[in-house]
Design a protein around this ligand. Sequence first.
Ligand code: ATP
Length: 353
Amino acid sequence: MAQLSLRGIKKRFKNTDVLHGIDLEIGDREFVVFVGPSGCGKSTLLRLIAGLDPISDGDFFLNGQKMNDVPPSRRGIAMVFQSYALYPHMDVYENMAFGARLMGLDKPEVEKRIAEAARMLRLEPLLQRKPRELSGGQRQRVAIGRALVRKPAVFLLDEPLSNLDAALRSDVRLEIARLHHDIGGTMIYVTHDQVEAMTLADKIVVMNAGRIEQVGSPRELYETPANTFVATFIGSPRMTLVDVKREGDRLVIDNGGGVAIAAPQDAKVKLGLRSDAVRLTRGQAGEGFAATVVYTEYLGDNAYVYVRLADQTLLSARTGPNDLYAPDEAVIVTVDPSAVHFFSAEDGRRLAP
Ligand SMILES: Nc1ncnc2c1ncn2[C@@H]1O[C@H](COP(=O)(O)OP(=O)(O)OP(=O)(O)O)[C@@H](O)[C@H]1O
């Protein structure tokens, strides 16, 4: 059982404030992903939870017990690093046994736990190998195995897939999802890759510049992003934001073109369009935004067509695999009114339609 509570967590290194007051509740057995751009403070927050760095201000509770001053080894938390941090002179077995022995477990218990971890992570044939004799994916599995044998209540994983190639990354990603299902522990996972976040998380924490922008399920973040930062960070291709002005019941853009949809009565709005909210028609005539095709990305079962609007905004539209467009083709863009998002042009917050 592991339930975490972060209350007003701040972190300062010398005179730089890195975390500005993080409030977050993490439930037992949850798979939580911290996501955000490079330097936003994800790893720092993870290190505070692990106890590797002191908290400057605020409190961290684990199952109701304050942890601020509890040393890392007594928190019941294990961390897996992006660099694996395996001991090069020890074989796989010894790498996994090392931490378990430090916990004071007897030999039969250590052996039992290693056998279990090796089976779960399919490391049995590799137990006598040194890290240099393993592939990147295998090393990463050993690093996870080493955390596993400690049977922690909380697993922290810091960009565990970033040193792996694309194919291996999706294999190990599945492996981690399965592991979470099998062991049922609480996992906190750091990545800057929103696809990893979307596919693994029960709950995503979107961070930006030392603050939390939004917390929610992948679906909540995708469907109701709280602001333009989250809207453009979550989802691929990125949501496009279009600066529009109201003209009667139409929303128009600079240099021409407009769509007739009801917008919130806020002074200035930005229109948020994901590629599946956009429809293209060939030619220059018709009601909608006039646009020019820039290029088409063919992906087999569908395609993304990137077009430039009259005000120079680049917009992506999802089309069928047989609906391809040539560069410089003229098109008219219409939008599905039920699939558009509105944001305040002043502060970027979501506006109810
Ligand atoms: N020991 C340190 N001393 C001073 N500044 C630090 C220290 N560790 C991190 N920082 C700064 O804190 C900020 C957040 O770093 P952090 O590593 O937490 O970001 P991140 O979101 O994990 O980024 P990335 O995705 O690039 O790993 C950065 O600006 C970084 O330079």
